[in-house]
Design a protein around this ligand. Structure first.
Ligand code: PEP
Ligand code: CO
Length: 454
């Protein structure tokens, strides 16, 4: 993409001239600028050809030739940068993708909420306890959770710590992907023992047996191992919230004639920071990465038209994804309007359903929770709407973990309302656990296979 059309005024830091929401107040401007300079000299985490490859994959998803599975923690924490967590996140995304491929009959492109998902938008700038008011906790890349003044002071050094953890994470992910871990013959793919007590276990077995048969058939028929024919895709994404961090990793790639954010493949703008005149849109309009914007139930047609004009003026397929988070109750009502608005202005977008953020509620234990049924209903509603309009469901965006936590209620292995606090480990929003995540993939596959004439 050339950026000849960008107003001359865009630079990686031109967002600083705009109102920019959800940024911490750093007291020591010199320390911040020292860190941003240091960060901008470090080698990038990803490279421009990978970013371009993801744009192509997203474009394919927009045409119905691939499907995006984007998932991971709501918030990563610096301490949780461990081999176990990375393996378990990768493993659950792989297992889900295999099941989804079966139902959708399309390749699935895996995109982690990983290696940079360290900053969180908050509903208030400060938090008050017992008459003491301190800055709110904005994620491990900004400040620290304990409620004391030193912990809550935004610390620019954490930008470097976050960047280093992101690099360690991606380094390990790349080794796993390049090694045997993502080979379809790897036993991790097929290990569903943890689902054994689910009433649907037999059905799950049938699906995985049929997948194994197809794999053997393909290899016999072609005389080639599947692993030789298709390298697995795995990309990184995070909310591009903390713009000093994003700015520092924004590089001009001479050969491409464009600016790239090389801290991640796919940055997105959150629901709270997508104002058309604001700093986030300003920053995002100038980078060549594929970008996504979260849109909630109040989004209207005029906004979407302007958004597409600003973020994708050349209407490049795969450049812009809309991640809607409407809620199970709203999706069938609201999504058709969004789709019509995009159709009417002829814009090219990839439709991605986030069935998590419109379904958050307070549970009986006082924890934030979500019900598996609401999550599954919203995803099925998304497929139904696209089916009825003849448009393309491009992917799903899910907060999940490969661990057996009890943060969301329901699923066939049944986390009950009163179990919600038992293993509540999220650094922010409640995530689907391992069996709930896989069950979601099976439910989608089931739904699609039932309705696809064979
Ligand atoms: C998130 O993805 O964790 C998030 C904060 O989402 P949204 O911007 O859609 O509220
Ligand atoms: Co969240």
């Amino acid at each position: 993409m050339t950026h000849a059309s960008l107003a001359n005024t865009w630079t990686p830091h031109s967002w600083q001239q705009k109102r920019t929401l959800q940024q911490p107040t750093y007291r020591d401007a010199a320390a911040l600028s020292g860190v941003v300079t240091a960060l901008s000299k470090l080698p990038p985490l990803v490279v421009s050809w990978e970013v371009d490859a993801l744009r192509e994959r997203l474009a394919a998803a927009g045409r119905g030739e691939a499907f995006i599975l984007q998932g991971g923690d709501c918030a990563e924490s610096l301490d949780a940068c461990s081999s176990d967590r990375i393996v378990s996140q990768l493993k659950i995304l792989l297992q889900m993708s295999l099941v989804l491929t079966h139902g959708l009959r399309r390749p699935v492109v895996r995109v982690g909420r990983i290696a940079g998902q360290y900053a969180k938008p908050r509903s208030a700038d400060t938090e008050t306890r017992d008459g003491v008011t301190l800055p709110c906790y904005r994620g491990d890349i900004v400040n620290r959770p304990p409620f004391d003044a030193a912990s809550r002071e935004p610390d620019p050094e954490l930008l470097l710590r976050g960047y280093e953890r992101a690099a360690l994470t991606l380094n390990f992910v790349r080794s796993l992907v390049d090694g045997g871990f993502t080979d379809l013959h790897h036993p991790e793919y097929w290990d569903l023992d943890f689902m054994k007590h689910s009433p649907k276990y037999e059905e799950y077995r049938r699906i995985t047996d049929s997948l194994a048969d197809s794999l053997t058939f393909f290899e016999h028929a072609t005389g080639r191992a599947m692993a030789d024919t298709q390298r697995i895709d795995f990309f990184a994404s995070h909310e591009g919230l903390l713009l000093h961090y994003e700015q520092a990793q924004t590089r001009y790639i001479q050969r491409r004639g464009a600016w790239y954010n090389l801290a991640t493949h796919l940055p997105w703008i959150g629901e709270r920071t997508r104002g058309l005149q604001d700093g986030h849109i300003e920053y995002f309009r100038g980078i060549a990465n594929p970008v996504a914007v979260k849109v909630g139930p109040t989004t209207d047609a005029a906004y979407l038209r302007d958004l597409c004009r600003i973020l994708n003026p050349e209407n490049i397929p795969g450049r812009l994804s809309l991640i809607h988070r409407l809620g199970a109750k709203n999706v069938e009502d609201k999504l058709p309007g969004l789709i019509h608005a995009i159709r009417d202005c002829g814009a090219s977008v990839v439709w991605i359903c986030d069935p998590m953020h419109g379904n958050t509620r307070e549970g009986s234990t006082g924890h934030k929770t979500r019900s598996y049924d609401d999550v599954a209903d919203e995803v099925l509603g998304f497929f139904q709407v696209h089916r009825s309009l003849g448009t393309v469901p491009g992917g799903i965006h899910v907060e999940l973990t490969g661990d057996d936590v009890t943060e969301c209620v329901g699923g066939t292995l049944g986390v009950t309302e009163d179990q919600v606090g038992d293993r509540y480990e999220t650094a922010c929003d409640p995530r689907l656990n391992r069996s709930q995540s896989l069950e979601l993939a099976f439910d989608v596959a089931d739904y699609l296979l039932d309705r696809t004439p064979s």
